[in-house]
Ligand binder design. Structure first.
Ligand SMILES: Nc1ncnc2c1ncn2[C@@H]1O[C@H](COP(=O)(O)OP(=O)(O)OP(=O)(O)O)[C@@H](O)[C@H]1O
Ligand SMILES: [Mg+2]
Ligand SMILES: [Zn+2]
Length: 406
């Protein structure tokens, strides 16, 4: 059995008042530890859901649980995500806000009411689908720090003397890239009756740029070397450049230190792609605070079974990333079977009791302890995991954290 990563301590989530209250406006309750405001979804009835009312604490880790077919994806994605996205989207424009104030809200899909969404600025589903289809997309370009790397090279004396701007160091434009492979570093050979084969480019040998571009170096490395660098090495190399080092450090923190900056996105595994998406979000949290002195937009993240296909160790890394999003004041809803992740949740929405027609009801809602007490299928499975996590916490901190669930 796995020794669960010691929890960072849960955030408090007091029960919502029975009648849905309008949630605080943006700006209030800004601290991640502030009491939760609640998102209320009323009368959810899509697919097998039977008129379900749920309250979702914001700025908390919320797990939607239940046996297969109980209605988790229907509730969290098809109803919650869809409706919050439509309402938040409409509020994003002045005309939309005015229409809404005049009582013209978007039509609700699969439910009869939605309350308390006002503090949410955006909604995002983070899944394991590939992060880019073109081989020219890579972690560095996807996360967004590649532009800063290109500017760094364009600012060198050598680049200035040659008249190279940042575009010269892009493999998407023809000036600087290797003409033979068009900046891909590999060439695709079509094979009749067989899938295409990729071979290293015989001109640039994978460096992706032409010799003139590669002649420009920053601290002894050219742009092709940088793309071939592993994240672990790059964190050290760019230590003096926080805009580059920070996202690299995040990649390292989520266990992706072994990736090279230029690894083509289509070759990343599902779990790697998912963590890169989360790192992209995490780096935005910091960017927004740092650059404009404002809070990052309050985002509701929805993850449908993010642990599928992940090794136990990777689940712990994923849990760490989720905690960092929460520390940044964000809201996270995960549909989950993994008991270690469920035990970390601040709040559980447990559907069932069974799948299909035998499911679609809210069988328990509350803290993991509440769900264990309710004795549902999830509660019974969770009981031994929860006592293990609790004793791990006691060992680590000597006592329950101050923000222990009340
Ligand atoms: N588009 C649809 N049309 C009709 N029924 C559907 C549709 N999508 C899902 N269902 C049914 O609704 C029920 C709930 O499905 P849902 O996908 O929400 O389950 P789940 O709890 O997410 O299960 P799993 O853990 O297997 O992903 C199931 O009985 C399913 O067959
Ligand atoms: Mg599902
Ligand atoms: Zn080439």
């Amino acid at each position: 059995m796995r020794a669960s990563a010691p929890s960072q301590g849960r955030r408090s989530a007091k029960r919502p008042s029975p009648s849905p209250q309008p949630s605080p406006q943006r700006g209030e309750g800004a601290s991640a530890d502030a009491p939760a405001s609640w998102l209320h979804l009323l009368g959810a009835h899509l697919h097998n859901l039977r008129d379900v009312d749920v309250a979702v604490p914001l700025k908390r880790l919320v797990a939607v649980t239940g046996v297969s077919g109980s209605g988790k994806s229907t509730l969290a994605r098809d109803v919650l995500l869809t409706n919050v996205a439509a309402w938040v989207g409409q509020r994003a424009t002045k005309a939309g806000r005015e229409a809404m104030d005049a009582g013209k809200a978007p039509a609700l899909v699969g439910c009869t009411g939605l309350r308390g969404f006002e503090s949410i600025d955006r909604v995002l589903e983070v899944d394991q689908t590939p992060i880019g289809k073109t081989p020219r997309s890579c972690p560095a370009t996807y996360i967004g720090f590649w532009d800063t790397v290109r500017k760094l090279f364009a600012d060198t004396l050598e680049a200035k003397a040659r008249g190279y701007g940042p575009g010269r160091f892009s493999f998407n434009t023809s000036d600087g890239r290797c003409p033979s492979c068009e900046g891909q570093g590999v060439r695709t050979i079509a094979m009749s009756f067989l899938p295409d084969v990729k071979v290293p480019c015989e001109v640039c040998h994978g460096a992706r740029f032409n010799p003139e571009t590669l002649a420009v170096t920053w601290r002894g490395k050219n742009i092709g070397d940088v793309l071939q660098m592993e994240v672990d090495e790059a964190v050290e190399f760019f230590a003096s450049m926080p805009a580059i080092a920070h996202p690299l450090q995040l990649l390292k923190d989520v266990g992706l230190g072994y990736l090279t900056l230029g690894q083509p996105s289509p070759t990343l595994s599902g779990g790697e792609a998912q963590r890169i998406k989360l790192v992209t979000e995490l780096s935005k949290v910091r960017d927004d605070v740092g650059r404009r002195g404002q809070k990052a937009p309050h985002t509701l993240y929805v993850l449908d079974e993010p642990t599928v296909g992940l090794h136990m160790q990777d689940v712990e890394k994923l849990i760490r990333v989720l905690h960092r999003l929460l520390d940044g004041g964000q809201s996270v809803v995960v549909i989950e079977h993994d008991l270690d992740l469920i035990a970390e949740a601040d709040w559980i929405i447990d559907l069932g009791p069974e799948g299909g027609d035998g499911g679609g009801q809210l069988v328990a809602a509350g803290t993991p302890e509440d769900v264990v007490r309710a004795g549902t299928h999830t509660g019974q499975a969770l009981a031994p995991v929860l006592s293990r996590v609790t004793s791990a916490r006691l060992t680590v901190s000597g006592a329950w954290g101050a923000d222990r669930v009340q």
